[in-house]
Design a protein around this ligand. Structure first.
Ligand code: CO8
Length: 371
């Protein structure tokens, strides 16, 4: 296999941010209205009153303080509580491809080479615009690229699965350079009326260019990649093309994101910690010597436990990068945002880890070394 390099990354952050306080205010207004409208049924014990949310709980349980979104007004309107995103004509680029393109443009600019060198575009993310045509092909078309492009979905682990796919294409000689994009409009699949999860996600897009090491001027050598999946029902989204065929109709809440957050926490933390340590040892690397962890950004407490297990001590904030306070969980993009924002300052030879985990369950580890 030819060695491959992460040569450049890009990030698109939507301009609007929603604080916990704004989200909780909308949620609690919805709750008060619901309870008032159902006061008789609640008094008769026929239905349970809804409980309010709280900013303190959200920050303590998850570490999240705010999130960026592509369509703020509807999300914080208690009468709507979802992003309002008008459909576009088929001739126009889709919103997900559009934000992917913005991240891709930054990655291409930082790369500094002719874009025609890109032989493949992968769109690796959780939140798909549609079944087909692929968002990746829209991005390929908008950039005027040849070669081939396709979408792939491994939920929150899509980006590490995408990096491995890109490294394998480059390594096997299929192409010399791959553009991976990770557009995530998670707010579209989030039930903003669900107290347990209304605060979890945000919107963003990231991009990364993987090229053959012989062509690369700088960047990060990919030392090894490992993927893992293990079936779990604890994170689900049952939205799909057969919803319209079901006699129950298509507006059930399980067609949005649902999870058993406690179970996910308990099961995924040991799975991922062991995977990182085993993979490092197999590569002949000392996990304690890692200079930086760019972990999936779902929950600060998960990342602190994983960081402690991997490094064998309490990591410093510089070593275990947290961006979820600002961005919330952005699914596949989280570890790439962290990498994009905090990789330039490391020195030649420094070791780091990009790691994802999420629905499926799925997990991916990508060990990198600064060139
Ligand atoms: N405000 C106030 N109190 C609350 C709230 C709230 N909003 N929500 C729950 N509570 C209360 C509960 O009622 C409970 O009260 P009691 O103890 O009296 O029963 C108490 O707080 C504790 O509740 P939990 O046990 O649920 O709280 P946790 O401490 O477990 O924290 C978390 C909840 C933050 C969800 C946490 O469990 C967690 O982060 N788990 C891991 C989640 C995770 O990593 N999931 C991965 C999902 S990402 C993925 O792969 C899917 C990708 C697809 C993206 C699609 C886009 C939408």
């Amino acid at each position: 296999m030819r060695p491959a390099v992460i040569a450049a990354t890009g990030l698109y952050t939507p301009p609007d941010s929603v604080s916990n306080a704004e989200l909780v205010e909308a949620f609690n207004t919805y709750v008060a209205n619901f309870n008032a409208a159902h006061a008789d049924a609640i008094a008769a014990g026929e239905i349970q009153p809804l409980a309010p949310s709280s900013s303190e709980f959200i920050e303590k349980a998850s570490g999240i303080k705010s999130r960026y979104v592509v369509a703020k007004p509807g999300i914080i309107d208690p009468a709507i509580m979802r992003p309002v995103i008008p459909e576009r004509p088929n001739e126009e680029i889709s919103i997900l491809a559009e934000i992917a393109l913005k991240a891709a443009e930054e990655a291409l600019e930082r790369w500094g080479k002719p874009r025609e060198k890109i032989g493949a575009v992968l769109c690796a993310c959780s939140n798909m615009q549609r079944a087909y045509p692929a968002m990746a092909i829209e991005v390929q078309n908008a950039l005027g690229l040849g070669g081939f492009a396709f979408d792939m979905n491994v939920a929150c682990s899509s980006a590490t699965f995408g990096l491995k796919t890109a490294a394998d294409f480059v390594g096997g000689g299929s192409v010399d350079a791959v553009l991976m994009v990770n557009p995530e409009i998670c707010s579209g699949h989030l039930n903003f009326r669900d107290r347990d999860s209304h605060f979890i996600f945000g919107d963003v897009a990231t991009a990364a260019i993987v090229e053959r090491a012989d062509d690369a001027d700088g960047g990060w050598d990919i030392l090894g990649t490992r993927l893992k999946t293990q079936f779990s029902n604890n994170i689900r989204n049952n939205s799909g093309f057969l919803n319209r065929a079901a006699p129950e109709g298509r507006d059930n809440v399980d067609k949005l994101f649902v999870q058993q957050g406690r179970k996910v926490f308990k099961e995924v933390v040991p799975m991922v910690s062991d995977m990182i340590i085993d993979h490092a040892r197999e590569l002949g690397l000392d996990p304690h010597a890692l200079k930086r962890l760019w972990l999936h950004q779902a929950n600060i407490n998960m990342n602190e436990i994983i960081g402690r297990k991997v490094l064998g001590r309490d990591p410093t904030p510089e070593e275990n990068v947290i961006i979820l306070d600002d961005y919330a969980n952005t699914s596949s993009a989280g570890s790439i945002i962290a990498f994009h924002k905090t990789s330039d300052d490391l020195a030649q030879g420094d070791l780091g880890l990009i790691c994802s985990f999420g629905a499926g369950y799925s997990a991916g580890t990508v060990f990198v070394q600064k060139r």
